[in-house]
Design a protein around this ligand. Structure first.
Ligand code: ADP
Ligand code: ASP
Ligand code: MG
Length: 409
């Protein structure tokens, strides 16, 4: 007998019919003799609907009230799923984050889980109940309701699995596993049987929203066996495992992409020590996160152009900060572009193979795609291109690196 944590995402519980189907899946797992703790998201579209409701009242809702609102989405699904289980004759009990006491810090809308009280859950499991927990939410020391950021139910599930020392954490979603790239964008994408934590972490942080980054971090830190599967079709999905458990490692495992970044450039700043920090300090002070950075020297070496990327939501603010900075540095101009996209190749095989960057650049140039920025780390190479070439670029790379064909075991 095993203890399994199962998480069902928004589409998987998107209607009452789906909720009844999920109840049946849970009962099938129980019929195999396993204990089951279930984490659910809000019904698909509900979190967005709640955000729109708030925005129709004010552009700047108070964070703590915003979280009280957002947390209601998951409260709907835990109760409906428990009702569906009861109707089918299965003992079950629902818990909000506060009821469990999923303790978080007080960073509303992006809170981090600090601790989970597992007493009540364990007691319910001993009496044969299925425990249904609301994803995406917690409570801080002061008793305020918090939420964990978009996609946060994944993190609730993994954190619960870690605390309960579950045998597996199963993330049920609307695709049957982790693919070489988003299968909704590239139909040739191939499902991976296994991917290692490090690669999954890069994929998630570079834009693959199939798992929330923190969920992968938690799973890796506490060694939680994590599997992504479909709630719609049967299958074994994708196992996310430590690197040494993956026997045959492909050179490149996947391609992640992100449309949500924007690029800003300050032109003609003095080429002197301290300028980069004078540009980026006010950006940091405005609480804006910077991703890629490049600096080019002018022909005479006396001035430089400084370019960086930020999240699209921060573009307007960053532009205003940069215009101020341009005045004090006597810079030539400030320009920006929101129609960019970042494409990233991810694979631990890069560590031991040279020439991947040049193959990547050749594949893009064969399609006449201009590379605007480049950044690399040990297991990824990212490029920024014009947004209109995003799909073409991903397809070109998918073919160039034989991602349809390589067998990963
Ligand atoms: P849920 O509501 O179940 O949490 P999400 O929409 O958050 O589902 O995540 C599943 C989606 O992630 C898929 O529908 C797919 O479009 C997207 N996705 C992005 N990159 C990948 C990838 N590499 N493999 C699988 N799915 C991906
Ligand atoms: N309902 C939340 C969201 O839509 C959390 C989740 O689904 O994981 O982001
Ligand atoms: Mg999700």
């Amino acid at each position: 007998m095993a203890l399994i944590v199962q998480k069902y995402g928004g589409t998987s519980v998107g209607s009452t019919e789906r909720i009844i189907a999920v109840a049946e899946k849970i009962m099938a797992t129980r019929a195999q003799g396993h204990d089951v703790v279930v984490v659910v998201s809000a019904m698909s579209g509900d979190t967005n609907r709640l955000i729109d409701l708030a925005k129709s009242i004010t552009d700047r809702p108070k964070d703590c009230e915003f979280d009280v609102l957002l947390a209601t989405g998951e409260q709907v699904t835990i109760s409906l799923l428990s009702m569906a289980l009861h109707s089918a004759g299965c003992p079950a009990r629902s818990y909000t984050g506060t009821q469990v006491r999923i303790l978080t810090d007080s960073a509303h809308t992006k809170a981090r889980i600090l601790d989970i009280d597992d007493k009540a859950i364990r007691a319910d499991l001993t009496t044969g109940k299925v425990v249904v927990v609301a994803g995406f939410q917690g409570v801080d020391e002061q008793g305020n309701i918090t939420t964990l950021g978009r996609g946060g139910s994944d993190t609730t599930a993994v954190a619960l699995a870690a605390v309960l020392k579950a045998d597996e954490c199963q993330i049920y979603t609307d695709v049957d596993g982790v693919y070489t790239t988003d299968p909704r964008v590239v139909s040739e994408a191939r499902r991976l049987d296994k991917i290692c934590f490090e690669e999954m972490l890069e994929m998630a942080s570079l834009g693959s929203k199939v798992l929330q980054i923190r969920a992968v971090e938690f799973a890796s830190k506490y060694n939680v066996p994590l599997r992504v599967l479909s709630s719609f079709v049967e299958g074994t999905g994708t196992l996310i495992a430590p690197e040494d458990e993956i026997m045959e490692q492909a050179l490149i495992s996947g391609i992640a992409f992100n449309r949500d970044e924007a690029k800003l450039t300050i032109l003609g700043v003095p080429n002197e020590p301290g300028i980069a920090s004078q540009i980026l300090a006010p950006i940091a002070d405005a609480n804006i996160e910077v991703d890629m950075i490049i600096q080019n020297l002018g022909a005479d070496n006396s001035t430089a152009d400084f370019t960086f990327t930020v999240h699209n939501n921060d573009y307007k603010n960053a532009f205003a900060v940069l215009e101020n900075c341009a005045k004090s540095l006597n810079a030539k101009d400030v320009t920006g572009d929101t129609r960019i996209a970042k494409i990233s190749l991810v694979g631990v095989g890069m560590r031991s193979h040279a020439g991947i960057a040049s193959s990547m650049f050749t594949a893009l140039s064969d399609e006449s795609i201009n590379i605007q920025m480049i950044s690399t780390s040990e297991i990824k190479i990212s490029v920024v291109v014009d947004e209109k070439y995003l799909e073409l670029g991903i397809r070109a790379l998918h073919t160039a690196f034989n991602l349809e064909k390589t067998e990963v075991k």
